[in-house]
Design a protein around this ligand. Structure first.
Ligand code: PEP
Ligand code: MN
Length: 680
């Protein structure tokens, strides 16, 4: 090195030119490197190989360090540059997994331009390698509405802040239908104190900002400067207000970017009371997105545990047993279900990691609803882990071109995945399964207030636990009585309430699910509808138990696949009901397939009940078939009865009168006792 001497102007410009040339060369090399990384990324994507190859990264780091040293460069500083480059290369590869079609995406956020939501959205989209523009809305609801209406491709919403905690309103939004979390952004919030040009600290009297920002800067700004605080809907909105008033006594707490974009002057930087002010934003979309393999992933679940002591603990225990790390547990009261909660659970891992999948399978019997709200890159872990750890090198990672071994995919992961619990689960608060047996009885159809009232009385007296009654009837003949419709549902529910009996009623079509679920306790899918997939899908998003009858000519496998539709939608409360199948035999209405009971016990954790009435078609056969079903191990029975069977408008021949219903109850009680079971 030359001893320092006063450089002339000419020397300086020569040195600067060399710097420019070096920068140009670095950029050229980066261009080459990113192009090569994309080519490799494309190969990895086609072969499903992991993006992150820790042993290769370690090699690259080691080679880079020794080359840096041989060039007398600071190896530590050079290593930081390499880490940044590798992170960038990975992000480029990750972006190949998302097909944006080269279109500019629209990201809705709450706030004015320059708000933290806006800045976080811009940063995240650039990390994702997607070109995007942002769309500010007045409220979180507004951002979500823009997403759901298709005016935006994404909505970015804050879920939690390191200083003020959870953003409650957003947890509510996450539970809405049709929303998927596809990414996250841990955003470092920087608050600055901005004023109109010419204003000074001494002259300030009032400070405007979002209430959360005012809380975060209470000591530094409001107390130590003695300012009066005024709440505004948004931090960048506060900058707008200060600019509009042009009052030198006013200041805004906003991002430095919001101030700069409006020509405001920052009087004080970093005015937050706490040095670490991080807001975690979630990127929401209408469809889930694939996540590249080999990067840190977080999963968010929505869980409604059974309403029984210990159910939530058992659900969480399933994750503990599988060594899955939970990072967040939030609860929301369920609308129209006072005292019952939906839980939002964040965990470290992919939804298809074996341990995560096993934990979810284990918890299903203890939950009414389980659904995946998102499976997305874990941006805080990927930052913390951007330096490959030496231990990671020991674990072998697949060569590009050699896909990771995958588990054989089951077509019934939910219906056939779980272990049958020794403990009862419940439907509509009534224990079922284990040592608890459920008797459901009532007329085929609700016919009048008087008829359903008398039915409820006889059902209660027989010791049954739920009242059945069809209001929407699937009839073979179009001329037959089709049921009383929603009015009939209301009559059934009213009679049930008067006698303390939860009610079961059939739903025929997807568009009726919501209205019937608001009233009835259990929704029945009839045999004729077992493969009405739209109906099944809609029931999957419903929070009522579903009694799924076997189709008249459905195999057990097809029946379980129908149940899978409901389970996959999130609703775990499915009860299977064997009601007889069509065979060559004509002496009964259908052939009751009692073998289905033990077959299903071995194949599914779901409760199985039997309907002897529709199988028999004749009342004298109902009691013997019911007894056989108990002996075969069914978890319950659903039988038809009527206060005056001869007057029944529907399925008259198979309806039991009160004496016969009593005889049925009296017959099954000792059988159940002998099996160590009892009626719920
Ligand atoms: C019913 O339960 O009233 C009914 C119509 O049954 P299934 O769908 O089994 O014929
Ligand atoms: Mn019937």
């Amino acid at each position: 090195m030359n001893p320092p001497s006063d450089p002339t102007e000419a020397d300086l410009s020569d040195i600067r030119r060399r710097l420019d040339e070096a920068d140009q060369a670095i950029l050229g090399a980066l261009r080459t490197r990113i192009d090569a990384a994309r080519l490799i990324g494309d190969i990895k994507r086609r072969h499903g190989a992991e993006i992150r190859d820790s042993s290769r990264e370690l090699e690259v780091h080691a080679r880079w360090a020794s080359r840096a040293e041989s060039l007398s460069l600071n190896a530590h500083a050079a290593g930081r540059v390499l880490r940044e480059i590798l992170e960038w290369s990975r992000r480029e590869q990750e972006a190949l997994w998302r097909d944006s079609g080269g279109r500019e995406a629209v990201v809705a956020y709450q706030g004015a331009p320059g708000a933290h939501g806006d800045l976080a959205a811009r940063r995240l989209m650039s990390i994702r390698g997607e070109s995007a523009r942002t769309l500010g809305t007045r409220s979180f609801d507004g951002a979500l509405a823009a997403l759901l209406r298709g005016e935006a491709d994404y909505a970015l919403v804050p879920v939690e802040n390191s200083i003020v905690g959870a953003v409650d309103a957003v947890d509510g939004l996450l539970l809405e239908d049709g929303i998927h979390i596809v990414d996250e952004e841990p955003w470092q919030v920087r608050h600055s104190l901005a004023v109109v040009p010419g204003a000074s600290l001494e002259a300030l009297e009032r400070v405007f900002s979002h209430p959360v920002a005012l809380r975060q800067c209470r000591r530094t700004v409001i107390e130590s400067l003695g300012l009066e605080a005024e709440e505004i809907w948004d931090t960048a909105g506060a900058a707008d207000a200060v600019l509009a008033a042009r009052n030198p006594r006013h200041a805004a707490i906003c991002s430095p970017e919001a101030a700069a974009e409006r020509g405001l002057v920052v009087l004080k930087e970093d005015v937050s009371d706490h040095p670490d002010n991080t807001t975690r934003f979630l990127l929401l979309a209408r469809e889930p997105q694939p996540v590249a393999p080999g990067i840190a992933v977080r999963t968010t679940l929505r869980l409604v545990a059974n309403h029984q002591p210990g159910s939530l603990a058992r659900c969480l225990g399933a994750f503990a047993a599988e060594g899955v790390n939970l990072t967040r547990l939030a609860s929301r009261v369920l609308p129209n279900r006072p005292g019952q909660y939906a839980f939002i659970i964040d965990l470290e891992g992919r939804i298809d990691d074996e341990s995560v999948a096993r934990a979810i399978t284990e918890l299903r019997p203890h939950a009414r609803q389980v659904s995946v709200l998102g499976n997305y890159p874990d941006r805080s872990r990927s930052l913390a882990e951007s330096v490959p750890r030496v231990t990671a090198a020991a674990t072998s990672s697949p060569e590009p071109g050699c896909p990771a071994p995958s588990r054989p995919a089951s077509s019934l992961p939910l219906a056939s995945g779980g272990r049958r619990s020794e403990l009862p689960t419940e439907i509509a608060g009534v224990p079922i399964g284990g040592n608890r047996f459920v008797l459901i009885a009532g007329p085929c159809a609700v016919e009048s207030v008087e008829q359903i009232e008398q039915s409820a009385v006889m059902v209660r007296r027989a010791g049954a636990s739920l009242l059945r009654g069809g209001a929407f009837k699937p009839r073979t003949s179009t001329y037959a009585f089709q049921g009383l419709g929603m009015e009939g549902v209301d009559m059934l529910v009213a009679a049930g309430r008067r006698h303390g009996l939860p009610v079961v009623t059939e739903v025929l079509q997807a568009r009726d699910v919501e209205a019937i679920a608001e009233r009835a306790d259990v929704l029945q899918v009839g045999a004729r509808n077992m493969q009405n997939f739209e109906l099944l899908r809609r029931l999957g998003r419903c929070d009522r138990p579903v009694l799924l009858k076997r189709g008249m000519s459905a195999t057990i496998d097809e029946w379980l696949h129908a149940a899978e539709y409901i389970l996959a939608g999130g609703n775990q409360q499915v009860v299977l009901c064997e009601r007889g199948i069509r065979t060559f035999e004509t002496s009964t209405r259908a052939t009751l397939d009692l073998a289905a009971v033990p077959v299903l016990r071995a194949r599914t954790h779901l409760p199985i009940i039997v309907d002897p009435s529709h199988a028999a078609g004749r009342r004298e056969l109902v009691v013997p078939l019911a007894l056989a079903a108990v002996a075969a191990g069914a978890d319950g029975l659903i039988v038809e009865c009527h206060p005056r069977p001869e007057e029944a408008r529907c399925d008259r021949e198979q309806a039991l009168d009160e004496a016969e219903l009593q005889r049925l109850a009296a017959g099954i009680t000792p059988l159940l006792a002998a099996q160590g079971r009892s009626i719920s």
